[in-house]
Design a protein. Structure first.
Length: 116
């Protein structure tokens, strides 16, 4: 079966208008639309460790601490600071609450805190 793109000019115009609006509101980062409620990222400031993974936006991550099971939130603002200011590893995911992380850091010096 042949796949056909929509040639409807009205549809296309509407889409272009939408993208223009998103761009104006900085809701597009390098051609990627930022989901509603997400914090736009600056992929240029991220440290990729030689890989190609980049983040275009940040959203609050809800997780349970692997040590004590406490419910934690890694906020979009904390992620932005971690990845863009502290140059944290892009593949890092939150696993520990602040207390457990501090405890772990005392055992293993040099680990960057992922929340403050
Ligand atoms: Zn914990």
């Amino acid at each position: 079966m042949k796949k056909t793109l929509s040639k409807n000019p009205i549809k296309r115009q509407r889409e272009e208008k939408r993208i223009k609006k998103l761009r104006k509101a900085s809701r597009i980062v390098q051609g990627v639309e930022i989901p509603k409620g997400a914090l736009p990222a600056d992929p240029e400031s991220q440290f990729h460790g030689g890989g190609y993974a980049v983040k275009f936006s940040y959203q609050d991550i809800h997780y349970s601490c692997a040590g004590c099971g406490k419910k934690e939130v890694w906020t979009a603002e904390q992620q932005k600071r971690y990845f863009e200011v502290q140059k944290g590893n892009i593949y890092n995911k939150p696993k520990w609450c602040h207390e457990c992380h501090v405890k772990r850091m005392q055992d293993k010096p040099g680990t960057k805190p992922m929340s403050a």
